[in-house]
Design a protein around this ligand. Structure first.
Ligand SMILES: C[S@@+](CC[C@H](N)C(=O)[O-])C[C@H]1O[C@@H](n2cnc3c(N)ncnc32)[C@H](O)[C@@H]1O
Length: 228
C-alpha cells in the first residue's frame, strides 16, 4: 500500500493540540476507571514485544497515567533509564504519583510536550520506544513525522513497539461506526484506526513481529519494528 492510499483511507484529526491537552487534563483522574481494564491486555502484549532489558534506555510516548512506565522502569532496573513524554500535565501529575508510590520515581524522567517535536532527545541515544493507543491521535501528515523522530532517537537496531487501533481493508462495521463518532465527537472518540504497520514500514522500520486482536469489535494491531 502506498502513502496515497493509506492517507486517503485514514480519517483526519481536526482537534487542536491545545484541545487534546485540555481533554486529557480533564480525563487524567478518571482515565484508569474508564479505559484502564479494557486496554490493559493490549498494553501488556506491547510491553512483552518490546521486552525492555536491564540497563536499557527506553522512551514512552503518551504515557497517560503511567501504567506502562512502572513496568518499563522495573524492567530496565537501577542501571537503566526511562523517559516519558506526554502532552497533558494532568496525566504527568497522575503518572508521577504512581511512580512515587511504587518507589520508581528516580528511574524515570517525565517531560510535558508534543511528540511531534522531540528535539530534547539526542539522536541514536535510546534502545527502545513504546507507544500505546497514542500514534493514532496524530493527524495523517504527523504520523510519519513522529515515526521519523522515533527512528532518529533510536540506536541502530533499536526497537519500536506500537499498540494501535487499526483499519482493516475494507473496514468492518465497528470501524465505520467508530469513525462516525470520531468525526462528530472528536473529544470523546479521539483515537481513530490507522495503518500502524504500514506507517512503520514506510518510516524505515524493519517489522519483526505483528499481532492482531480486537477490542469491542475494533481491530487492534501490536507491532514491533527495529531501526535498520
Ligand atoms: C489514549 S491515551 C493512552 C495512554 C496510555 N498510553 C495507555 O495506553 O493507557 C493517549 C495519551 O497520549 C497523550 N498525547 C496526546 N497527544 C499527544 C502528543 N501530541 N504528544 C504527546 N502525548 C500526547 C495523551 O495526553 C494521553 O496521555
Amino acid at each position: 500500500m502506498n502513502n496515497e492510499t493509506t492517507d486517503a483511507a485514514v480519517a483526519r484529526v481536526h482537534r487542536s493540540k491545545a484541545d487534546a491537552r485540555l481533554s486529557y487534563n480533564r480525563l487524567s483522574r478518571w482515565y484508569d476507571l474508564i479505559a484502564g481494564s479494557a486496554e490493559k491486555k493490549y498494553r501488556d502484549t506491547g510491553l512483552a514485544k518490546l521486552s525492555a532489558q536491564y540497563g536499557e534506555k527506553i522512551l514512552e510516548i503518551g504515557f497517560g497515567t503511567g501504567y506502562c512506565l512502572v513496568s518499563l522502569a522495573r524492567s530496565v532496573g537501577a542501571e537503566g533509564r526511562v523517559t516519558g513524554l506526554d502532552i497533558s500535565d494532568g496525566m504527568l501529575a497522575v503518572a508521577k504519583e504512581r511512580l512515587q508510590k511504587e518507589g520508581l520515581g528516580e528511574r524515570v524522567d517525565l517531560h510535558p510536550g508534543d511528540a511531534a517535536d522531540m528535539n530534547f532527545i539526542t539522536a541514536g541515544s535510546l534502545d527502545g520506544v513504546f507507544m500505546s493507543f497514542t500514534l493514532e491521535l496524530f493527524d495523517n501528515p504527523e504520523i510519519p513525522r513522529v515515526l521519523a523522530e522515533c527512528r532518529r532517537v533510536l540506536k541502530p537496531g533499536g526497537r519500536l513497539a506500537v499498540v494501535s487501533m487499526t483499519k482493516t481493508n475494507p473496514p468492518g462495521m465497528a470501524v465505520r461506526i467508530y469513525e462516525w463518532f470520531h468525526e462528530h465527537t472528536p473529544n470523546y472518540a479521539d483515537c481513530r484506526p490507522i495503518f500502524a504497520r504500514q506507517s512503520m514500514e514506510q518510516a524505515g522500520f524493519e517489522i519483526k513481529d505483528v499481532s492482531l486482536s480486537s477490542m469491542w469489535g475494533l481491530p487492534v494491531e501490536i507491532v514491533l519494528g527495529a531501526k535498520r
